[in-house]
Write a protein that binds this ligand. Structure first.
Ligand code: CUA
Length: 319
């Protein structure tokens, strides 16, 4: 898709460069000065010719614009069913984590024929996640989530680079993406020693950090219940509404007083420095696992109740 647009633009460029050089050559010979005092006659072209050389290029560049916009929107909109991966860039490595809990460093295993969405952030400075073979690149910024998505069509090993100068060992911040047949990928997933899914990791953090003592699932706590929050529109104390996406949840953990949910006091302490970027993504996955927003129906309360994992209740820890 990206390649076809690229080849089209290269072809247009070559065609016009060649035509212009050819015209210069022909005209230089055909209309060369034949006597020292020769003055060429003034020439007024017909309006049709003027229109043609104005509208022709306009049509060509509008094709490039529309085509480019189409490619841009396709590249920047991950499909709904994309496989979710979280990535954190740091000086100087890529840390990647699968929903099932597998962690990788400078390596990412993915199935072929499945769209993969990588949500990225940085622990320190700006990096850039660049996979030339997938024609995709995205800056990775501290304090913000960016996403890239791609779909590998052939099994194989593909280069992963950091494309933003990020310090001494920037050039060493490379890795490999292994695209595997889906059944190989499943085998790989079940083979690695995993410490449980990301949501389970997030659930443990939710207990360990004490979140669970205020965010009670029945909504009677000092803080809002997080059941069914992910993806919903949250009413804020200042009257505005915000979509509970990854960025909102991250902000609510690290700068909890920036956006206060309507009906609640700004009493939540910040967890800046207490939880890593990877921990934040696990917490986000835990909140996501608590359910997506549901239409308010008589039975809705009961169905969200069953979705709330039992461990949302405080549990005594052996440690
Ligand atoms: Cu990270 Cu360059």
């Amino acid at each position: 898709m990206t390649d076809n647009l690229y080849f089209f633009m290269v072809a247009v460029t070559i065609f016009f460069s060649f035509s212009i050089f050819l015209a210069i050559l022909i005209f230089a010979i055909k209309y060369r000065r034949r006597s020292p005092d020769e003055v060429p006659p003034q020439f007024h072209g017909p309006p049709a010719l003027e229109l043609a050389w104005t509208l022709g290029p306009l049509v060509i560049v509008m094709i490039m614009f529309a085509w480019g916009a189409h490619v841009y929107f396709a590249v920047s909109t991950p499909p709904e069913n994309a496989l979710q991966i979280y990535g954190v860039g740091k000086q100087w490595m890529w840390k990647l984590q699968h929903m099932e809990g597998q962690r990788e460093i400078n390596e990412l295993h993915i199935p072929v024929g499945v769209p993969v969405k990588v949500t990225l952030t940085s622990e320190d400075v700006i990096h850039s996640f660049f996979v030339p073979d997938f024609r995709t690149k995205s800056d990775v910024l501290p304090g913000r989530y960016t996403t890239v998505w791609f779909e590998a069509t052939k099994p194989g090993r593909y280069h992963l680079f950091c494309a933003e100068y990020c310090g001494t060992r920037h050039s060493g911040m490379t890795g490999w993406i292994y695209a595997m047949e889906p059944h190989d990928y499943q085998a790989w997933l079940s083979g690695g020693a995993s410490e449980g899914s990301m949501a389970a990791g997030g659930q443990k953090l939710f207990q360990d950090l004490g979140c669970a003592s205020c965010h009670l699932p029945d909504g009677r706590g000092r803080a809002p219940s997080l059941v069914g929050v992910f993806g919903s529109a949250v009413k804020l104390a200042n009257g505005s509404t915000v979509k509970a996406d990854e960025a909102y949840i991250r902000e609510s953990i690290l700068q909890p007083n920036t956006k206060i949910a309507a009906g609640f006091q700004p009493i939540m302490p910040t967890f800046q420095g207490l939880v890593t970027e990877e921990g934040v993504t696990q917490l986000i996955e835990y909140v996501r696992s608590l359910g997506q927003p549901q239409a308010a129906a008589p039975g809705a309360a009961a169905s969200t109740e069953t979705k709330a994992p039992p461990a949302a209740r405080p549990q005594p820890d052996a440690k």
